[in-house]
Design a protein around this ligand. Structure first.
Ligand code: C2E
Ligand code: MG
Ligand code: MG
Length: 286
């Protein structure tokens, strides 16, 4: 947010167009250097089947490793890349790292069903994005079916027709499309008619008060019913922090859950130890 404010202020100065361009190209340069230096890390958070308590999926979340070795969360850097329209470099880099992981795990005999990546709407609007996504997957022999692309609903109306075509093209290729942060303050039911999302993610704000406010419970219940009515294959609740939230969501018909109750987003090696352990043991018997 601070970065955005800074940018807005900078934009308001007179005759700064050139300065803006310079700022942007410096930022791209820095971003590409950070990518080349492997400063961006994939963190993985499990998605749990609420009925069986088994892991049903994984979400990849970006982190930045700063010069002092501190791990920086996305809220500190995503905004400026979105504002400057260059977040696509980072999103595609994340996709590439995720594909590399799937390949690495496969070579060790551990096939993972699916990993979700977050794509900014800026990324979705990049020319030739489908080809770019496909070529990354092909490079690592990853099937589109193994990738879920999470998009948020904070999308302008004008872009929606374009977005519909794009999402449907991706779905035809085999990718799964997930609607992230549904029920957040940007909510707009019309988004649901854009396409048949393969998954809808109930925003954390609905989950937060689900035990304390009967209203939240009612809203969440209707949202879930609506998703089921639309024959959407999956519903997943974000930000589940305690058992009673989990139980309520399960009763309301929610299929999957993600949140600190189950696990925080973990560095890759920790995730591997914890969630690929059993298969690793069975590998040893071979
Ligand atoms: P998101 O996609 O909605 O991801 C969920 C966020 O909630 C993550 O924050 C996750 O760490 C956090 N979370 C999960 N469970 C809990 C919980 O039980 N309690 C609480 N308090 N938080 C929980 P994170 O990793 O900081 O990511 C924030 C946002 O940054 C993401 O929201 C997503 O919109 C964006 N983001 C992350 N990685 C990428 C990326 O590679 N590309 C793009 N474009 N955006 C990304
Ligand atoms: Mg997400
Ligand atoms: Mg979300």
């Amino acid at each position: 947010a601070t970065d955005r404010m800074h940018l807005n202020k900078r934009n308001s100065y007179k005759g700064e167009a050139e300065g803006n361009e310079q700022f942007k190209s410096k930022l791209i340069e820095k971003l590409q250097k950070d990518i080349a230096d492997n400063r961006f890390l994939v963190y993985l958070q499990p998605q749990i089947n609420l009925k069986t308590d088994e892991i049903g999926g994984v979400e990849a979340l970006v982190r930045y490793l700063d010069e002092e070795g501190k791990v920086v969360p996305p809220v500190s850097f995503i905004g400026k890349y979105e504002t400057e329209g260059i977040i696509n470099y980072l999103d595609l880099h994340m996709l590439e790292m995720v594909c590399a992981l799937i390949k690495k795990w496969r070579e060790r005999g551990k096939e993972i069903n699916n990993i979700s990546v977050n794509f900014s709407r800026v990324t979705m609007m990049v020319a030739g994005i489908v080809k770019k996504i496909l070529s990354i997957c092909n490079r690592y022999e990853v099937l589109p079916e193994q990738i879920t692309i999470e998009v948020t609903e904070s999308i302008g109306l004008l872009e929606r027709r374009e977005l519909k075509t794009l999402l449907e093209t991706l779905q035809k290729e085999g990718f799964k499309i997930s609607l992230d942060d549904f029920g957040s303050r940007y909510s707009d039911l019309a988004i649901l008619s854009i396409t048949n999302f393969n998954e809808i993610k109930l925003d954390k704000s609905l989950v937060d008060t689900i035990e304390s406010k009967s209203k939240s419970r009612t809203i969440a219940g209707y949202v879930l019913q609506m998703c089921m009515g639309l024959e959407l294959s999956h519903t997943i609740a974000e930000g589940i922090e305690n058992i009673s939230q989990k139980e309520i969501l399960k009763q309301l018909g929610c299929e999957y859950g993600q949140g600190y109750l189950f696990d925080r987003p973990l560095p890759v090696d920790e995730f591997e130890k914890k969630y690929l352990k059993e298969r690793r043991k069975s590998d040893e018997h071979k």
